[in-house]
Design a protein around this ligand. Structure first.
Ligand code: FAD
Length: 280
C-alpha cells in the first residue's frame, strides 16, 4: 500500500505571513500530499484565519485542505456552523482535537469536553462525509493519568468514528512502535501516522516540547549544546537526526508521515529529498 504524506500549516497572522505561506504551499504542492492541514486556536481564537486559510488552500493549492477543529471552549453551535461551511466548500478531511486553552481557563469549558465527544458530534451531524483524523501520543499525553489510561482513551476516541490518527512528534522511534503495537492489541486497526517535527530553531523546540510533553533525548540536547551559536551545524545535525528517524519509521511499517512544517519549505523539503520520497 502506498504511504500517505501530509503537511501542516498554521494560519498566518499578517499579510506578509499569508504571502509567505502562499510560496510555501506552492513549493510543497508538487509533492502531491494527501492533504494540507491548518491548525485551529482552541476556543475559536483563530477561527476566521483558519477558515480563510483552509478555503484558500482548497481553492488554490491543488491539494485537499484539512482543517483542524478543537472542541474545548467552543459551543456546539459554532462547531456545527464551521462543519457546515467546510462541507459546503467541498472539504472532506478534518483533524478533530480537544485543544488546549490558555492557563486560567477551566478544562471543562465548552459543551464537548474531549476529542472523542467531538468525533461523535461530527459523525452525528455529518455522517460519513468527513475523513476524521485524531491525535495520538506515543510518549503519553501530559495530562493523562498514565500510559495505559491514555491508550484506553485513544481507543475509545477511535471507536467514536475516527478514520486515522496523527501522532504528537517524538524523537524516539521505539515509543511510536510500542504505541502502535498496544493500539493494535486493543483492536485499533486505523493507520497511525507519525507526526514529524523538523529541528530548526532549537530553543523554540525545547520550549514547545516541555509544554506538549514531547521528549528531546539527552544525546540530542548535548550534541546541540556543543555547537553553541553555530546555527548551520545545529541545522545539519537536526536534519540528519530527523531523516534517520523518518527512515526508521517508514522501514518499520509506519503508514506515512505528517510534517509539522511551521510554515517553512526548506526543512520539510530537505527531509523529503534525503528520504528519496517521490510524489504520490
Ligand atoms: P483528547 O483525546 O480529548 O485527550 C486529552 C486528554 O484527556 C488526554 O490526557 C486523554 O488521555 C484524556 N482523556 C480523554 N478522554 C477522557 C475521559 N473520558 N476521561 C478522562 N480523561 C480523558 N491543539 C489546538 O488547539 N489546535 C490544533 O490545531 C492542534 N493540532 C494538533 C495536531 C496534532 C496532530 C496533535 C498531536 C495535537 C494538536 N493539538 C492542537 C494539540 C492538542 O489539542 C492537545 O495535545 C490537547 O491537549 C489534547 O488534544 P486531544 O485531541 O488529543 O485530546
Amino acid at each position: 500500500m502506498s504511504k500517505r504524506f501530509s503537511f501542516e500549516f498554521f494560519p498566518p497572522k499578517t499579510e506578509v505571513g499569508a504571502a509567505k505561506l502562499r510560496e510555501v504551499y506552492k513549493s510543497l504542492a508538487p509533492l502531491k500530499p494527501e492533504y494540507f492541514s491548518v491548525t485551529y486556536g482552541a476556543g475559536g481564537s483563530t477561527r476566521d484565519r483558519s477558515l480563510g486559510t483552509v478555503l484558500e488552500l482548497q481553492r488554490e493549492s491543488g491539494a485537499c485542505a484539512a482543517p483542524h477543529l478543537s472542541c474545548i471552549g467552543d459551543s456546539k453551535e459554532d462547531l456545527a456552523e464551521l462543519l457546515d461551511t467546510y462541507k459546503d466548500n467541498g472539504v472532506r478531511h478534518i483533524v478533530a482535537l480537544r485543544g488546549d486553552l490558555p492557563s486560567g481557563h477551566g478544562l471543562g469549558s465548552g459543551e464537548l469536553a474531549y476529542a472523542a465527544d467531538l468525533v461523535r458530534f461530527i459523525r452525528e451531524r455529518t455522517g460519513s462525509h468527513f475523513h476524521i483524523e485524531v491525535a495520538a501520543y506515543p510518549e503519553c499525553h501530559p495530562q493523562a493519568a498514565n500510559m495505559g489510561a491514555d491508550i484506553r482513551n485513544f481507543v475509545h476516541k477511535v471507536a467514536q468514528g475516527a478514520n486515522s490518527a496523527i501522532t504528537q512528534y517524538f524523537f524516539n522511534a521505539d515509543s511510536y512502535f510500542h504505541f502502535v503495537q498496544e493500539a493494535h492489541r486493543q483492536g485499533v486497526d486505523i493507520p497511525i501516522i507519525p507526526g514529524i517535527m523538523p529541528i530548526t530553531n532549537f530553543a523554540n523546540l525545547v520550549r514547545f516540547s516541555d509544554a506538549c510533553g514531547a521528549e528531546i533525548p539527552r544525546w540530542i540536547r548535548k550534541q546541540v549544546a556543543s555547537y553553541g551559536d553555530d546555527a548551520a551545524s545545529i541545522q545539519r545535525f537536526g536534519e540528519d537526526v530527523v531523516t534517520s528517524l523518518c527512515a526508521q519509521l517508514l522501514a518499520g511499517g509506519a503508514p506515512g508521515l505528517h510534517f509539522y512544517t511551521m510554515n517553512q519549505v526548506e526543512p520539510t523539503l530537505s527531509l523529503w529529498k534525503n528520504l528519496g520520497l517521490s510524489s504520490n
